[in-house]
Design a binder for this molecule. Structure first.
Ligand SMILES: [Ca+2]
Ligand SMILES: [Ca+2]
Ligand SMILES: [Ca+2]
Length: 466
């Protein structure tokens, strides 16, 4: 039966491919992972072990080449390497489209000089002082961060993995809160901690496979129009844990947390294989909270078992007491995920908190996915001010378009920061207790009633009393 069902899976996986793409293959146990790699090599396939059980088989995989391996019975599941995309800014594309229609020459003009992979600065000396731009962060005030910090600011360093487009790790207000791998000696060309990554000082770039997860933003408006990265990860990181009280810029919800910078999405999106590696890296290297403002493409919303590889990674996080905070997703229509699921936010793992976006008038944003059972809580996600690439701060993606930073992508990091803050104050709690505290302390708002499970929005003030 097993070989029949897996053969069927393979047929389906291959039939669904319009052209040759990688496959993800789940094998029964770690021993067979090793055998599988040897087998695939003997058949002329390149493969890479992603986890103990999942292998990425690269390139022109055909059914005949796979058949013998399938018949061995050690394959449990075969699937596509589903693409990953940012939860796109809901207004940016429309505004860009109309602007470029009127100003076609502007499409190719460079947005900013592109510098990738700058050197990673050493941790800066700590400074003190009020954060001068804190009042620009309406979201921080709205969710009662200051009141929450006065109740309990936490002293334990909690690591939050920002699994995204990378982070501007040279940013003055992020540098001091970057996670630094204590077991890795910088720039000696040796994998000192033997975790499989050489000189991974602050995280990893799973897209370019280097130790500099810099947030390489789109080069031009045309790139942005085609779905390019506006500097998404840097903006998310600021709301999680920009350094609080350092006399510079802003503050994240968790002003003392550590940001693990993990890049796996670029201008052309990302893949499930890279997402899995990033999640596994985060869990294995000490992150307690994962901030995920992205979606898995091409899965049938009615079929929640399709991206089994990604679900196994979420389960891996759960098994290691790690929370997976996810943007609920942005859909202009048909946005009730109780009916039309949006992954990974809609997976049923109970370590996922799915986050909707709310505006400064306490209205659920029109673009935000909702779901009375499938979305958990709302958080600020319209016109959100944060750190941006190049050492800047803004609530506006493109000034000449007046396109602001909107999205459940922006709401998700607020909850990720809140989870880190609470966990910092209560390190003995389990993921389930931290989740229950966040959901149980949500502040009821009329627009969220019947739209999200808690009927409310994140309240850091109420959370820190919990
Ligand atoms: Ca290493
Ligand atoms: Ca890089
Ligand atoms: Ca600051």
């Amino acid at each position: 039966m097993k070989s029949f069902s897996t053969a069927l899976l393979l047929t389906v996986a291959l039939a669904a491919q319009s052209h040759a793409e990688d496959l993800l293959v789940k094998v029964a146990n770690p021993v067979s992972t090793k055998h599988a790699a040897i087998y695939f090599a003997s058949q002329g396939f390149k493969s890479e072990a992603l986890t103990d059980n999942w292998i990425q088989v690269k390139g022109n995989v055909n059914q005949i080449g796979m058949q013998k391996f399938l018949e061995s019975g050690s394959v449990v599941y075969v699937q596509k390497n589903y693409k990953i995309h940012l939860q796109q800014n809901p207004h940016l594309q429309t505004e860009l489209k109309s602007y470029l229609a009127a100003h076609p020459e502007a499409g190719s003009q460079p947005l900013a000089p592109q510098v990738d992979n700058p050197e990673i600065p050493p941790a800066p000396t700590a400074t003190t002082g009020a954060d001068p731009l804190f009042s620009s962060q309406w979201g921080m005030n709205d969710i009662g961060t200051t009141a929450g910090w006065n109740i309990n600011r936490g002293t334990n360093k909690v690591i939050v993995a920002v699994i995204d487009t990378g982070v501007d790790y040279t940013h003055e207000d992020l540098m001091g809160n970057l996670w630094r791998n204590p077991k890795e000696i910088p720039n000696n060309g040796i994998d000192d901690d033997n975790n499989g990554y050489i000189d991974d000082i602050i995280g990893w770039d799973f897209l370019s496979n280097d130790n500099k997860p810099y947030d390489l933003a789109a080069a031009s408006l045309m790139d942005l129009l085609n779905g390019g990265n506006p500097g998404h990860g840097t903006h998310c990181a600021g709301n999680v844990a920009a350094v609080g009280g350092n006399g510079k810029g802003i503050s994240g919800v968790a002003p003392n947390a550590q940001i693990m910078a993990l890049r796996f999405i670029g201008n052309e999106g990302g893949t499930t294989a890279a997402a899995i590696k990033a999640i596994k890296y985060a869990v294995d290297n000490g992150a307690k909270v994962l901030s995920n403002s992205w979606g898995s493409e091409g899965e049938d919303p009615a079929e929640a078992t399709e991206n089994q590889a990604l679900q196994d990674a979420v389960q891996y996080a759960k098994d290691h007491d790690v929370l997976f905070i996810a943007a609920a997703g942005n859909s202009s229509k048909n946005n009730d995920t109780d009916d039309k699921k949006s992954f990974p936010a809609s997976y049923t793992h109970d370590n996922i908190i799915s986050v909707a976006a709310i505006d400064s008038a306490d209205n659920i944003a029109s673009f935000s996915n909702v779901g009375a059972t499938s979305v958990d809580i709302a958080a600020p996600g319209v016109k959100i001010f944060s750190t941006t690439v190049g050492g800047k701060y803004s609530d506006t993606v493109i000034a000449l378009l007046n396109a602001t930073w909107d999205g459940t992508s922006m709401a998700c990091p607020h909850v990720a920061g809140a989870a880190a803050l609470y966990w910092s104050a209560h390190p003995e709690k389990t993921y389930a207790q931290v989740r229950d505290a966040i959901l149980g302390s949500a502040k009821s708002v009329p627009s969220a009633q019947g739209k999200v499970l808690t009927g409310g929005k994140l309240s850091v003030e109420q959370l820190m009393k919990f």
